[in-house]
Design a protein around this ligand. Sequence first.
Ligand code: HPA
Length: 270
Amino acid sequence: MTIEIINTTVNFLKEKGITAPQIGIVLGTGLGQLVNHLDIEVEINYSDIPNFPVSTVEFHSGKLLFGTLEGKKVIIMQGRFHLYEGYSLQEITFPVRVLKGLGITSLLVSNAAGAINLNYKKGDLMLLDDHINLQGGSPLAFKNVSDFGERFTDMCTPYDVNLNEKMLAIAQKNQITLHKGVYAAVVGPQLETRAEYRYLKIIGADAVGMSTVPEVIVANHLNLPVIAVSVLTDECNPDDLKPVNIPEIIAVAGEAEPKMIILFKELIKS
Ligand code: HPA
């Protein structure tokens, strides 16, 4: 990866009219409806953006949107890239570097995750307080990483403390249950075995999913304040494990979406 490649994409997007976005948003599985609240100025398919990877999972529509939301200029990634689709960690996080290049000063991320902490229920939301990277690699492990930032990026507070406090206050004010917890990122796409769920619990995970951590690592590399919220779509109880039901996971994400939209909109407003 080179800075020139990133700049090519940044300049292309600027020419398309994406000027001075303040906030970047990455929307996860079943969480695309936030775009209906956006006053859209520019809309571009990932496949039309130079150097962008192209989303393959069919329930991700794969679009970059720019416009106004709650009075702020925001850029939304509708659909993200996953390791399990065959992309590299650098490809997955390329859009985060582009968004930073366009000028965003904070990044909001959403995802769907399984609840490992069984006090947390299906349909609840969880604010990421910390994470465990089980994806077997780093998006920062490449030769010229120091051209882009620190090689040994600090991760003592990966999620922005101020934004997290604000988000918890917003949840309380709107009577939305928002747990705080540790997100473990796995490669997927297979779900976990019972033994793996037990292991995840023992090592301190409250939720498990297949995304977000690479983007958060790169945001930290870029000194870009980041916050992430999971919709807990299923309860991963190793002692009572049922076969995975992907349509149900997507449906639960969809049902919880209005709560996520309130949180994101209120945070953007503030
Ligand atoms: N694992 C288990 N359950 C899930 C996941 C996962 O990665 N994502 C959403 N629900």
